[in-house]
Design a protein around this ligand. Structure first.
Ligand code: AMP
Ligand code: GLY
Length: 421
């Protein structure tokens, strides 16, 4: 079987790594991939949001199965497109992808199926915003409805800031949508919960804790994620049961009821407060860098699980995990998430020892005309380690990144600081 992975980040490199272990797969293609994914197969250049262009490549390379990393093509209906072409593709279709693609859809859905979430209101004008703000304590959260590459949510510590953000969104700051909601800020601990579903049954894919801020001690600007560990240490059996019964099961059943059956991987962003989970968002894909830590711990064949999800056979499947902790630390380009210098040379990667439990996944890397590896994106490398303790895993990951010879290297040394020591 020939398989294609769509995307170019650390998430996709770790998916290549994991899927390459499946005996059923002969060739892996990454579209467009990065300097690391080349290790597992061929990188193919394409615009991942141009489905006709993708189709030509899929046909030319006789690709039988597609796995999609990022959310944008899913929300735009890549699954529906390839279903029509009779090519197997794993993930939710366009209607199901509204769980991430529209915050207004998600909030209405939660209301209809009584899924615990923050109180909210969809805001049509400034007067409505001012009225609703009188009912909420500060801070409040302003959310743009559509996809916004992680920039659509702001936590506002004053009413004036909230009104300013609402106004910008109503006036079209984000191309994806002019709709906006204001919601209450939920206190508590954040946790990411992952699962795979065939639309009826599901299996847990575990938990992870992301670190979104650029600076140590969770300070500074928001990023795509500077590091993660798995499993989350704030989870226990009781909380997991609540997440499953109050949030996950009603979601899968509800989506099926409204003829938007959800198949694929679902990532729930949750806040846990005094043992009670509330949903803050759904993502319709694996997280980046959360995927990297999950793939390091997963023992089962990921391709088989994806096939079971597509063929409604998840019910009797079992998922096996390494009884270890994993951590990933992101090395970013100095200046990220603002401006940074592109195409600086990254050296010393060959000297870094890699094994089953130590991987240096690539994200924003490519080759220059002299075939040297250069940093082309904001997040560039992910040192990902599985070990018997998180502390040990972090030490090894830090040692790996220290060996990278790259003048623009920046990484947080405190990933996991809330639970290590
Ligand atoms: P979202 O895109 O909805 O996940 O929001 C991005 C981030 O904003 C989340 O990962 C949370 O850290 C934070 N956030 C979103 N909604 C809330 C909320 N209602 N209360 C507290 N934090 C929130
Ligand atoms: N790391 C957060 C995300 O992938 O959405």
């Amino acid at each position: 079987m020939n398989l294609a992975i769509i995307g170019s980040g650390g998430r996709e490199h770790s998916l290549c790594y994991k899927l390459s272990k499946s005996r059923i797969i002969n060739n892996i293609y990454c579209i467009p991939g990065n300097a690391g994914t080349k290790e597992f197969g061929k990188n193919l250049k394409a615009d991942i949001n141009n489905f006709n262009q993708l189709y030509n490549i899929i046909r030319d390379y006789k690709i039988d199965f597609i796995v999609v990393g990022p959310e944008v093509p899913l929300v735009n209906g890549i699954v529906d497109f390839f279903h029509k072409k009779k090519i197997k593709i794993f993930g939710p279709n366009r209607k199901a992808s509204r769980l991430e693609g529209s915050k207004v859809f998600l909030k209405k859905f939660c209301k209809k199926f009584k899924i615990p979430t923050a109180r909210y209101k969809e805001i049509k004008n400034i007067k409505q915003a001012k009225n609703f703000l009188n009912y909420l304590n500060l801070p409040v959260v302003v959310k743009s409805d559509g996809l916004a590459a992680g920039k659509g949510v702001t936590i506002c510590y004053s009413k004036d800031k909230a009104i300013k953000d609402v106004k910008n969104i109503l006036e079209g700051k984000f191309k994806s949508s002019k709709k906006v909601i204001i919601e209450e800020f939920l206190q508590g601990e954040e946790v990411s919960y992952f699962l795979i579903t065939d639309g009826k049954n599901f299996k847990s894919l575990g938990t992870a804790q992301d670190h979104k801020r650029i600076g140590e001690g969770d300070t500074g600007l928001n990023t795509g994620g500077m590091g993660a560990y798995s499993p989350s240490l704030i989870m226990n059996k009781k909380i997991e049961e609540k997440i499953i019964n109050k949030i996950i099961k009603p979601t899968i059943k509800g989506m099926s009821n409204i003829k938007s059956t959800y198949k694929g991987i679902l990532y729930a962003g949750l806040i846990i407060f005094q043992g009670e989970p509330k949903l803050i968002e759904y993502n319709i894909r694996l997280g980046d860098p959360e995927c990297q830590v999950l793939m390091m711990r997963l023992k089962s064949d990921l391709f088989k699980l994806m096939s079971f999800s597509m063929n409604n056979k998840l019910k009797n499947s079992k998922i096996y995990w390494k009884k270890k902790f994993s951590i990933t630390i992101v090395a970013a380009n100095k200046g990220y998430p603002n401006n940074f210098k592109k195409n600086t040379i990254v050296k010393g990667l060959k000297k870094i020892k890699q094994s089953e439990n130590r991987k240096l996944f690539h994200a924003g890397t490519t080759f220059n005309s002299k075939s040297q590896i250069v940093a082309s994106g904001g997040r560039v490398l992910n040192a990902t380690v599985c070990s018997k303790s998180l502390k040990q895993a972090r030490k090894i990951a830090l040692d790996m990144l220290k060996k990278v010879n790259w003048k623009n290297k920046y990484f947080r040394k405190d990933i996991g600081f809330k639970v290590i020591n």
